[in-house]
Ligand binder design. Sequence first.
Ligand code: GAR
Length: 207
Amino acid sequence: MLKLLVCVSGGGTNLQAIIDSIADGRITNAKIVGVISNNPGVKSLERAENAGIPACVISPKDYKDRDAFNRAFLEKVKDTDPDLVVLAGFLVRIPEEFVKEYSNRIVNIHPSLIPSFCGVGYYGLRVHEKALERGVKITGATVHFVNEGMDEGPIIAQKAVEVRGGDTPEVLQRRVMEQAEWVILPKAIDDIANGRIRVTDGKVVRV
Ligand code: GAR
């Protein structure tokens, strides 16, 4: 049984998609053992509580500097002892030490087709604002393993989503979530939990 630790910052719709997928069997062989939020009072925490999952807040604001936050974060991760860490809308730069120690055991969901609209400054609604500004006709979402680069790790899954005339960033964000994120993130977790993928030469291959 793969032990999942889910890290969140806000609404937690991707967390909910994972909870629901475990409940209805779209994800097998995995359970959520903890949730970490960097923000207090967010809907994600309510979702965790409703599902009976232990959750805690570790906010950079509560520590004297970034190193202290990083240490507290890593300590919590180790306490939870997860097999896989899922960054499900976790909008905080994660410690390098954590990435090294959990190589190929951290996945992230990003709301665009990487390598478009990703990297520094591209997160949440901003990604969709930039996509609309550029006038792309297709966007989507990507699940990838996390490495030292920003949105640069091996790609596990992607799904394209149509951009429609009159889309606002909020409307596009919702469509990308519904049609792509909430589908490919649970599927990627299920693939990992059931040993269907591995990383070879920096790329994800199916086994
Ligand atoms: C999601 O759209 C996720 O892809 C994005 O934040 C949102 C969180 O929503 N993540 C990033 O932009 C990471 N760079 P949620 O809290 O409802 O799951």
